[in-house]
Ligand binder design. Sequence first.
Ligand SMILES: Nc1nc2c(ncn2[C@@H]2O[C@H](COP(=O)(O)OP(=O)(O)OP(=O)(O)O)[C@@H](O)[C@H]2O)c(=O)[nH]1
Ligand SMILES: [Mg+2]
Length: 330
Amino acid sequence: MKKKYSDARRQNEHRCGWVALMGPPNAGKSTLLNTFLGQKLAIVTPKPQTTRNQISGILTEPDAQVIFMDTPGIHQQRGKMNRVLLQTAWQALSGADAILVILDASLYVDRPDYLENDIKPMREAIAAEKRPVFAALNKIDVFHDKSKLLPLLQEVQDIWSSAELFPVSALTGDGLDILLKKIKAVLPAAPAQFPTDQLSTVPMRFMGAEIIREKLFLKLRQELPYHVAVEIEQWSEEPERRLLTIHAVIYVGRSTHKAMVIGKGGQTIKEIGTQARMDIEALTDMKVHLELWVKVREGWTEDLNFLQAISGASEAAEAFPSEEFDRNRD
Ligand SMILES: Nc1nc2c(ncn2[C@@H]2O[C@H](COP(=O)(O)OP(=O)(O)OP(=O)(O)O)[C@@H](O)[C@H]2O)c(=O)[nH]1
Ligand SMILES: [Mg+2]
C-alpha cells in the first residue's frame, strides 16, 4: 500500500533535467529543438554541419522543465574544425540526464547503406549507458506512403536493438507529444533550474552571431559557408531608445572568399545584413543597427585557439577524446 502511494506521488512530482540531442548532420536536431520550444532558437539550413556549438533550449511546462542541448552533427570528416565540432557534441552527452538520438528517416529509404554508419558511433558510444536513450526517426512527413516506414523502423531496431524508437516529424510536430511525455517521465524529480521565462542559457549576442551565420549559410554557395565564422565585436543596447547597435566581423580564410561574401557592388553582404537585422529585431524586439565587416584570417579552420574561442568548446570536451572516436568510426 505504502509503495503504491509513493509511486503515485513520484509520478506527479515535478521533473527537471538535461537532454542531449545528438545524431548525424542534417538529421533535424536544431529543427526539433525549435519545435519543442515553439520558438526559433537554433539556426537551421538545408546544409549539413550548420550547428557548431552546443545550444540549449529551456522548455518549461507545469509538470517539468526540460533543457534540450542541440549539438553539432556526428560525422566522419577530419581536420581541426571537425574535431572541435565533435568534441562539442560529445561534451553535451557528458552532462545529460537522457539522450535523444535523431536520425533522418527519409535519407535511409534511398541510402540504406548510410544507416549502419550513422547509428554505429552512437550505438558504440552509449553501449554501456545507464541513462535513458531514445531514438527519433525524423522527417516522417516526407513519407507519403507510410508503409515504407515500417520496414525502416524494423531495420533500425535490428541494428540498434536497445533503442526505443519514435517516428516523428520535427517540421510538423507529428509524434512529438508522445516522445516528450516519455522524456519527461525519465527525468529526475527536481524543481525547475531556470526561471520559467528563460528560453536559453546562451547569451543574446551569441544568438545574434548565429543568425548572421545562418544568413551566410543560406546565401553563400557550395563549400564557402564552411569557411566563414562570425564574431560580435560590439553589442550595445540603449533600452530607453529600444536601439541595439551591433558590429560583427565575418572571418573568411582567403581574399577570394572575401570578395564572394561582399559580392558585386556589395550586394551579397548587404542582403545578408538586411536579413540578419530583421531576424535580430524580431528576436530582441528592438530596432537594430547592424554593421558587418569581412576580414581574412588565413587558415582559421585549422587554428585550434581561434576555433575554441568561437565555439565555446571547453576543457570538458576532453571527456570524449575525438581521436578515439575517429578510430571507432573507421
Ligand atoms: N521534411 C522535413 N524536413 C526536416 C525535418 N526536420 C528538419 N528538416 C530539414 O532538414 C534540414 C536540416 O535541419 P536542421 O535542423 O538544420 O538539422 P541538424 O540536425 O540540426 O543539422 P546540423 O546542425 O547540420 O547537424 C533543414 O532543411 C530542415 O528544414 C522534418 O521533420 N521534415
Ligand atoms: Mg543543427
